[in-house]
Design a protein around this ligand. Structure first.
Ligand code: 6PG
Length: 232
């Protein structure tokens, strides 16, 4: 595990974008990049789109999605398209929320991802996955206390009571199969949780993704790292 600390969110975005560019360049043929939703990644996507990446060989997919139409302001697909995929003309594979109920949409997207992310070894193996973290320790849409944490399929639909909303999310089996996981965590509001994740054995959802992983990188700003002591 590596912690990359930056003074400001903008420095974090620049550092994460360069790290992702380097990881995307190392692949010989097609490579996949799982995109985080929410607000933190937008600055990273804006930086990344200006870097030298062969986007025609990159498959973008969503590590989670809100169950809203793609033109809804809360849509992660809309954000990923506007901030990255459209400017670089990359392939964005997103759940088709028009297919029906949340469970059906999650099942169809899981089938798509099983084809998209299957490695030469015949296993589902995402290359690089980008994730955020909520102050409650959720990542993607794996919220504490929800049954998505027990899901065995690659993708699941989950009703999140605290949001009173359906979400679609990559599950622990899929996220744990990634070759590289990159977390983007910024702001004082995440400091207590980041300290708990990196300095205790609490089974937060984000910790369940990161634990026992081969290649995990935490990109954090000084505000989020402010309760880490010397760990950063
Ligand atoms: C989402 C995200 C979610 C996000 C965290 C952090 O759909 O909202 O996938 O897991 O990464 O909630 O969100 P911020 O980056 O907005 O703080």
């Amino acid at each position: 595990m590596a912690i990359h600390e930056f003074e400001t969110p903008d420095d974090l975005a620049a550092g994460a974008a360069e790290f992702l560019r380097d990881r995307l360049r190392t692949s010989t043929d097609r490579t996949s990049l799982g995109l985080a939703g929410g607000s933190t990644p937008t600055q990273t996507y804006r930086r990344l789109r200006d870097l030298d990446v062969d986007w025609q060989s990159v498959d973008l997919w969503l590590t989670d999605e809100r169950f809203v139409p793609v033109d809804h302001p809360d849509s992660n697909a809309r954000m990923a398209w506007d901030e990255l995929a459209s400017p670089v003309a990359a392939h964005l594979h997103a759940p088709d929320v028009a297919l029906g109920d949340p469970a059906t949409v999650a099942l169809r997207y899981a089938e798509d991802l099983e084809r998209l992310l299957r490695s030469s070894h015949g296993r589902i193996e995402p290359d690089v996955v980008l994730l955020g973290m909520g102050p409650d320790g959720h990542t993607a849409s794996l919220f504490p206390g929800t049954d998505a944490l027990q899901a065995t399929d690659p993708y699941a639909a989950v009703f999140v009571p605290k949001l009173d909303a359906w979400r679609l999310t990559a599950t622990l089996p899929l996220l744990r199969a990634a070759r590289t996981v990159v977390f983007l965590v910024a702001g004082h509001g995440k400091a207590a949780m980041l300290s708990s994740v990196l300095q205790t054995d609490e089974p937060h959802p984000v910790s369940l993704v990161a634990s026992g992983h081969r290649d995990v990188h935490w990109f954090v700003d000084t505000a989020a790292a402010s309760e880490l002591g010397g760990a950063a």
